[in-house]
Design a protein around this ligand. Sequence first.
Ligand SMILES: [Mg+2]
Length: 196
Amino acid sequence: MTKLKALILDMDGTITVPVINFRKIKDEIGVDCDRDLVDTIAELSPERQEQAWEVIHRYEAIAESQQKLQPGFEELFDYCRQADIKVGILTRNVQKSVNALCERFDITFDLTVTREFEKMKPHPAPLIHMLETWQVNPADALMVGDYIHDITCGKDAGTQTCFFQNPGYEDYSEAADHTATTMHELKEIVKNFKSK
Ligand SMILES: [Mg+2]
């Protein structure tokens, strides 16, 4: 029997097949590829900030219109329901996109936290907020995502972390406790979860 109490998932590129290409967004905005996008935008002039957010909103709208679940996600979700594991989304995307996903695939998450929250990943505050809401100890939770921010956020909140590797995308597995390349692998990690 799994010891996992809460599974927190990033949305874009983790629950869904990746569509948003952040490198392309950064190129189009004209900012450094290796830095955090939101931090970098905050340093631009007000006019350029507005232009940058327009670019992001355009890409997010494309992603929203093309949302596709990773194969096997529904089986993982059903397993969590049966095993009484809380399942939440923690994303830097907007609530509107999360709602679109939930409606399109008829899924109800226990909690979803978006960039409307006061702090964003990699800051641990939104994840800590989720765990406190559920009264789950960080040691009994797993944070999963396809980007370094997801892993950093989980580590700093005290959860175990799982890097989700999409084919052909950057590898951050060294930073994480676990790595999954498919939802089937993630389900096995969830099933065999033990608190540290
Ligand atoms: Mg992602």
